[in-house]
Design a protein around this ligand. Structure first.
Ligand code: FNR
Length: 386
């Protein structure tokens, strides 16, 4: 029986042959290396957050205040990290959060494809952003046997929204994640100081430029008048959704519908009453609003309000230990965000695979040492505040 923690043996045995891992296994060293590798404008876009970045930093540091109590004399020689969610059986409880400029994080500009390949190799699903450098059909073609989800930024043009969802269904995505907190962009000083917003420079718009409804709205195709196409994108990008729009969103697809950005239990209840299949508790990694609580501190109330509906979680996950803590706090599955972008920047698909395997190995070994052989066992315990 193999376990994700076996990655540790691979690394140590590699050392006996003089082979060290190409990338660090920890986030602190990973980000240091990535900061040297990424072009400055991409680095600030990925690492930057909203305002003075209090919420962004707090998302990660809040995990330090939470502790797991070990249990002894439990047989953990066989462990199971699998989860069942939206009719899918996943070998591990993590997924890759949508990152709109992931395409740019790869040196060849095809980071969406590289990420899909990492999903295929690891069984860790990719939640693919609307903002891709390659069309969603080309990305989905690389998923192998691993399911993928499509994240929708709902455009003002509702026919375009329908077209994007229809395309995602046809391409084989297994669920639609609608992000609620980004109908406009939060105040991001790192990007503002560089006067840099990648989409306005024509990046990550492949899903729009390849869309028949979007193209029909243009006088000239994007290949002939790129600036006008970017302008049309900026005009349509963000529909300010209200609860009145939920029946319409629900009507767009028979696939599982998941709302991203839910942090209040009443919003979770309202979404569930409106027929969604999943709640995604996230504060967008502190990129959209500053001055908020750490996402992990809002998770338990959202989980309690969601009853039997699955709750995805991200924002601040930097390690396998954080993953385990989020599972204890009630998440059904846990999203890795910035860390995989840095892995990609340093070593393409292999870099993402390394980051995911490191996170999973740490989580698995923590469960083994602390006496929790399954996710169910984690759910039956609770976190203590240090
Ligand atoms: C994001 N995130 C995001 N979310 C989303 O729904 N659609 C998107 O296109 C993007 N794009 C994006 C770009 C970059 C550069 C980052 C860092 C993040 C938010 C993402 O899905 C997730 O919520 C956060 O990354 C979680 O925070 P941490 O853990 O990465 O800090």
């Amino acid at each position: 029986m193999t376990h994700p923690g076996d990655y540790q043996n691979e690394i140590y045995f590699g050392g006996l042959r003089g082979v060290k891992p190409r990338l660090p296994v920890d986030y602190a060293n990973l980000i240091k290396r990535a900061a040297m590798a990424l072009p400055p404008a991409t680095l600030t876009y990925v690492q930057g957050g909203c305002g003075d970045e209090f919420t962004q930093d707090h998302n990660a540091s809040a995990f330090q205040r939470l502790g797991i109590v070990p249990r002894m004399m439990v047989d953990c020689s066989v462990r199971d990290m699998s989860v069942d969610i939206f009719g899918m059986h996943l070998p591990t409880p993590i997924f890759m959060s949508p990152i709109g400029v992931i395409g740019l994080c790869a040196q060849d500009g095809h980071g969406d494809i590289a990420t899909a390949r990492a999903a295929a190799q690891t069984g860790v699903p990719m939640v693919a952003s609307t903002l891709m450098n390659d069309p969603m059909e080309a990305v989905a073609a690389e998923f192998g046997d691993t399911p993928g989800l499509f994240q929708l930024y709902t455009p003002k043009d509702r026919a375009l929204a329908e077209s994007l969802v229809n395309r995602a269904e046809a391409a084989g995505f297994k669920g639609i994640v609608v992000t609620l907190d980004t109908w406009l962009t939060g105040w991001r000083p790192q990007d503002l100081n560089e006067s840099n917003f990648p989409q306005l420079r024509g990046h990550a718009l492949a899903n729009y430029f390849s869309d028949p409804v979007f193209r029909a709205s243009l006088k000239l195709p994007p290949e002939e008048d790129g600036a006008a196409a970017v302008g049309a994108w900026a005009q349509t990008f963000g529909l300010p959704l209200t609860w009145d729009d939920l029946p319409w969103l629900r009507s767009l697809t028979k696939l599982p519908l998941i709302l991203k950005g839910i942090c209040h239990p009443d919003d979770a209840k309202r979404a569930i009453d409106g027929g969604v299949d999943g709640i995604y508790c996230s504060n967008h990694g502190g990129r959209q609003a500053n001055g908020g609580l750490a996402a992990i501190d809002m998770l338990p109330a959202v989980v309690a309000a969601s009853q039997n509906i699955p709750v995805l979680f991200d924002s601040g996950i930097r390690s396998g230990t954080d993953v385990v803590k989020a599972l204890v706090a009630g998440a059904t599955a846990v999203g890795i965000g910035r860390p995989y972008a840095y892995g990609l920047a340093l070593d393409g698909t292999a870099g993402i695979v390394h980051v995911l395997r490191s996170v999973l190995a740490e989580a698995d070994l923590l469960m083994a040492v602390d006496g929790y052989p399954t996710i169910k066992d984690l759910r039956n315990t609770s976190l203590l505040r240090t």
